[in-house]
Design a protein around this ligand. Structure first.
Ligand code: ADP
Ligand code: MG
Length: 240
């Protein structure tokens, strides 16, 4: 589903991604871990062209992201992203937040978009908040709405960039639970996270990023219980 070859990204003279290679299969849940500044967000953002790769190849669901004629809007529909900060529209209700893009993209009629949105809001456990505004929700509820909003576009791939890092601790679990369910339903997911428990339990594969490369990758068992690289061991000793 995702094929990345020799991906490089410079910001000016600063080389932030120094040759990333990875293949992610359909239905896989891959967690990306690593120290702050190692390039995790930049890597994720390249996968839906929020950042323009400097060099290399990215193919997602058969679409070459380096193709000059690529329809970026269409790509972003197919590759959903959930951020640390939920970025809900404050002046729209929860329901309107979720129906906005599908209606704008003419994917559904307004009635169908509302039905699909309600189904998704119920699935993430905030159906009763449909007519409320974001300010009336807790952080955990807002993040679950943000996930529903992404899912409303029926993406093939979901990217998560530290989706629970901005949440109060008691709200982390409810968001991870929704993500776990999504993974179990077979969504292809790439999740940058500091939640090692989630990575251990839910990830099919874990990538450890260090200094702009994937230094080590493997099953959660391989990475957490038998890390090979000293840098991986050092990182894990700080976070576990
Ligand atoms: P991580 O998500 O692992 O913390 P990032 O991908 O956010 O790492 O950042 C990697 C490096 O790239 C950092 O040194 C950061 O300062 C730099 N960086 C990220 N975005 C930009 C940008 N838009 N302009 C310049 N430098 C950036
Ligand atoms: Mg980051």
């Amino acid at each position: 589903m995702i094929y990345v070859k020799d991906l490089h990204k410079y910001f000016g003279k600063l080389e932030v991604l120094k040759g990333i290679d990875c293949h992610i299969g359909k239905g896989e849940c891959v967690c990306v871990i690593g120290a702050s500044g190692s390039g995790k967000s930049t890597f994720l953002r390249c996968l839906n062209l929020l950042e323009t790769p400097t060099k290399g190849e990215i193919i997602i669901g058969g679409t070459n992201l380096m193709d000059k004629n690529l329809d970026v809007d269409d790509l972003r529909k197919r590759v959903g992203m959930v951020f640390q900060h939920f970025n809900l529209f404050p002046h729209l209700t929860i329901l309107e937040n979720v129906t906005l893009a599908p209606i704008r993209h003419k994917m559904y009629s307004e009635k169908e978009a509302r039905e699909k949105a309600m189904e998704l809001l119920n699935r993430v456990g905030v159906g009763d908040k449909a007519d409320n505004y974001p300010a009336q929700l807790s952080g955990g509820q807002k993040q679950r709405v943000a996930i529903a909003r992404s899912l409303a576009l029926s993406p093939e791939v979901m990217l998560f960039d530290e989706p629970t890092s901005a949440l109060d601790p008691e709200m982390v679990g409810e968001v991870l639970e929704v993500m776990k369910q999504l993974a179990q339903e077979g969504m292809t997911m790439v999740v940058v996270t500091h939640e090692m428990g989630f990575a251990k339990e839910v990830a099919d594969r874990v990538l450890f990023m260090d200094g702009g490369v994937i230094l080590e990758e493997g099953t959660p068992e391989q990475i957490f219980d038998h890390p090979k690289e000293d840098r991986t061991k050092e990182f894990l000793s700080k976070v576990l």
